[in-house]
Design a protein around this ligand. Structure first.
Ligand code: NAG
Ligand code: NAG
Ligand code: NAG
Ligand code: NAG
Ligand code: NAG
Ligand code: NAG
Length: 363
């Protein structure tokens, strides 16, 4: 018999990954897991994390295609959508106010010492500036009375850097700002004389709070290829958030956070506790299913209203916030992509959680 030689070529699997430009203020715990456990790659995505410098830059950049998807506090969307009719869409809630605190330089030990001081914010009309005003107003300090003033200093990553170095790049002394995950706990890794002082915790004043949200330009949802990429991105975050939420994965989640943030195990453990907090932790998992908390959203709207944050709609006078926040296609909140993800990738997400346990052994 004549045998024809069989040549077996060992061709490396060709992974054609689709590029995703992901704009974010911070690296959430679910993102750390997705990145470290290569969950984005498993769903065919090459995600580039683009650190957002400030919210004033971020949202126009999302609308003009500079980012495919962004995570940021839902207050920004409420502001831009209702005040400026910006076509931004929230696909789901990521967390309920991630470890948000008012933190100060080490020689400031109580809120009253902030009287007369400049306080760092991203932008005076966006993000966490209204939370800061709410907390300080309850201590009797009011921006409108000149009890303190604002310094626009950029996103939390920059403000953390300035807070821990004590000054802005131009040498101006800084005193306090809002910090969030992961910076609140990163600060705990610093030496006592350098460690920022936590003056107040947002969840003691506003609770529940709807905060970080997966946000896209509305137009990208009717663009087939782009929608498909965003769908897979959401599936990867959902799978990673589910992994984070399962207590049996604690050890691996801590390791993923440790590697992603380049922090000690002690700090990573604190981050894990913050990210899984039932009050202010992350919620990209079946427990909350990316649902935006209604009460959390009313609190966002109330706090903004209290300080004149709906100026271009006559401060909300006569504006139907209930109707404007109804989920639906073409509305501010649109769960149709989330529902699509659950239908298409439900099995994939379950499978990924199991694979994640094995992948963790490679750390
Ligand atoms: C992922 O994207 C980056 C930046 O565009 C590129 O340098 C890299 O080669 C890509 N990796 C893969 C596996 O496609
Ligand atoms: C804290 O330290 C800074 C810089 O050394 C100084 O300018 C500021 O006055 C101090 N604040 C208080 C409340 O002591
Ligand atoms: C926001 O970031 C952009 C891009 O880096 C920068 O040009 C701009 O000056 C920043 N604005 C503020 C208020 O920090
Ligand atoms: C330093 O930068 C801050 C924030 O951009 C600005 O408000 C302040 O006026 C600057 N100070 C000086 C002395 O240039
Ligand atoms: C991680 O942190 C250590 C200690 O702070 C530092 O020396 C190192 O350069 C960091 N590595 C990366 C990749 O940032
Ligand atoms: C999410 O909200 C929908 C209504 O929009 C509700 O039917 C569902 O039960 C909620 N899911 C969770 C897990 O809260």
């Amino acid at each position: 018999m004549h045998f024809r030689a069989a040549f077996v070529y060992l061709v490396p699997a060709v992974h054609c990954l689709d590029a995703v430009n992901y704009g974010a203020f911070t690296q959430t715990a679910a993102f750390s897991i997705a990145n470290q456990l290569k969950i984005f790659e498993r769903i065919g995505l090459n995600v580039t994390y683009l650190q957002i410098p400030n919210s004033t830059f971020a949202y126009p950049n999302l609308l003009n295609g500079g980012y495919d998807v962004l995570t940021g506090t839902i207050d920004n969307v409420v502001n831009l959508r209702f005040n400026q009719k910006a076509s931004l869409t929230v696909l789901g809630q990521v967390d309920s106010g991630p470890d948000i605190v008012l933190a100060a330089t080490p020689n400031i030990t109580n809120v009253h010492q902030l009287r007369g001081k400049p306080l760092m914010v991203d932008s005076p009309t966006s993000g966490y500036a209204y939370i800061l005003r709410k907390i300080l107003s309850l201590y009797g300090l009011k921006l409108e009375n000149g009890d303190y003033f604002f310094q626009a200093a950029g996103s939390t990553a920059l403000r953390y850097k300035y807070l821990t170095t004590g000054s802005l790049p131009n040498g101006t002394t800084v005193y306090a700002t809002i910090l969030t995950y992961p910076f609140t706990q990163l600060a705990q890794g610093l030496l006592p004389g350098e460690r920022p002082i936590i003056l107040a915790r947002a969840s003691d004043f506003i609770e529940p709070l709807s905060s970080t949200a997966i946000t896209v330009a509305e137009s990208s949802l009717s663009n087939g290829p782009k929608r498909n990429i965003i769908k897979r991105f959401v599936a990867a975050l959902y799978a990673s958030g589910s992994y984070l939420a399962a207590t049996e994965n604690e050890d691996c989640a801590v390791q993923a956070i440790m590697k992603q943030l380049n922090v000690t195990r002690e700090v990573a453990q604190l981050e894990y506790v913050a990210a899984t907090s039932p009050i202010s932790g992350e919620s990209t998992n079946p427990e909350s299913n990316l649902n935006v908390s209604k009460q959390g959203l009313w609190n966002v709207i109330d706090v903004r209203s209290q300080f004149g944050g709906f100026a271009t709609i006559a401060n909300g006078e006569g504006f139907d916030f209930v109707e404007a926040t109804q989920p639906g296609v073409g509305n501010m909140i649109d769960y149709s992509l989330r529902d699509d993800v659950l239908r298409t990738y439900g099995m994939w997400m379950k499978d990924t959680m199991n694979i994640g346990i094995r992948l963790c052994d490679t750390f």
